[in-house]
Design a protein. Structure first.
Length: 370
């Protein structure tokens, strides 16, 4: 049977585009469907734009593996495509004696995960690197950085096009039905609405992962993991950025917590916090500034009064609710849902952006024999 496309990807964020690129590199004809008018308008547009080292994730987990592999591949990709980035390094800071043991645990975890170049620093050494920092001790991770995530996604889109593939925006996925001889018939909406056939299907729609999976005929409902919206807000500093490196206190339950970054424009940004919400609400409550100030002063006592202004909010597609342990990335192949030729992604939150190239390669490998 002939198909309109070898492979169709739902979602043109960083992970969907990386999947499309990996499939196109294998010589497949690729279509990427995006419901928004532009690529990268969902989870990929509202994050910290941090390149994570891979410090925190359980050894042997997909998050640990993909973050380290993805980071290495990402720096090479950004260099070769001349996408703006800065390998500024990161300090994980113990702000008091009680946190020293916690950051030592992070050091051991990161070492087991294969993170390169880690150093223990005394408080004095950390302050020598970043005057103004409150640190009893710190870990230096030189491989962490910041980058232009939209420039990265444009480069991925460009590679898909160069390989003969297409990224189609304003075209929401509506339904997929498995065909008797293999492959899928896909119904897409929007102005360019159409019905098309594809041999392989990848779903990477971020916050819409559960909804999209439920619209695939025959996808077992009990194999779709429950999803939660984890909202985080960011505040921008009025004034000169105080530090060159990323500054991270020890993680909070369920997330990495409010951290500092100097963005590529040279401005200081703090965030995110974590609040569970029911809907996609991107409002930033200016009253949260006081809470942020108290938290930030633990590692930067010199934060001036009233210097924070509301910036933006993002929502993460979490698979755990409040108080629950953080699960791993989930890449569901036919062994999970029973549908040949389909890989469905769930819970691709942090470090999904850093991991995206590695996720793309893993997905294309899963489908290579189908």
């Amino acid at each position: 049977m002939s198909f309109d496309f070898d492979a169709t990807v739902v979602g043109a964020g960083a992970v969907g585009l990386a999947c499309g690129r990996a499939l196109a590199k294998r010589g497949l004809s690729v279509l990427v469907l995006e419901k928004e008018p532009h690529i990268g308008q969902g989870v990929s547009s509202r994050n910290s734009e941090v390149i994570h080292g891979g410090l925190y994730y359980p050894t042997g987990s997909l998050k640990a593996q993909f973050c380290v592999e993805g980071r290495r591949a990402l720096y090479a990709f950004l260099d070769s495509h001349k996408v703006d980035h800065r390998k500024c390094g990161k300090l994980v800071v113990a702000t008091d004696e009680a946190e020293v043991e916690r950051i030592e645990g992070i050091f051991q975890q990161a070492t087991a995960n294969g993170v390169e170049g880690l150093e223990h620093l005394t408080g004095a050494q950390a302050r020598a690197l970043e005057p103004g920092l409150n640190a009893h001790a710190a870990i230096l991770s030189p491989e962490s950085g910041v980058f232009d995530s939209h420039g990265y996604m444009l480069a991925l889109e460009g590679e898909i096009g160069e390989a003969g593939g297409s990224v189609v925006v304003s075209t929401p996925f509506e339904r997929a039905e498995p065909l008797p001889g293999g492959g899928f018939r896909i119904t897409a909406g929007g102005e360019g609405g159409a019905t098309l056939t594809t041999r392989l299907l990848v779903t990477a729609p971020g916050l819409g992962a559960q909804v999209v999976a439920a619209r695939i005929d025959g996808y077992p409902a009990d194999r779709i993991p429950a999803g939660h919206f984890g909202k985080g807000v960011y505040f921008r500093l009025t004034g000169k950025a105080p530090f060159e490196r990323l500054i991270y206190p020890p993680p909070i339950p369920g997330a990495l917590g409010t951290h500092y970054r100097k963005d590529l424009g040279g401005q200081a940004v703090f965030g995110p916090d974590l609040v569970y919400v029911e809907t996609e609400d991107y409002a930033v409550d200016a009253a949260k500034a006081a809470e942020f100030e108290g938290y930030i002063r633990r590692f930067w006592p010199g934060l001036p009064e009233g210097a924070l202004t509301p910036d933006y909010a993002g929502i993460r597609p979490k698979l755990h609710g409040p108080g629950e342990p953080q699960p791993d990335f989930q890449l569901h192949g036919s062994d999970v849902h029973g549908l040949d030729g389909l890989v469905a992604l769930f819970g691709i939150e942090s470090p999904g952006l850093t991991s995206s190239l590695a996720i793309g390669e893993a997905v294309s490998e899963m489908l290579a024999h189908e």
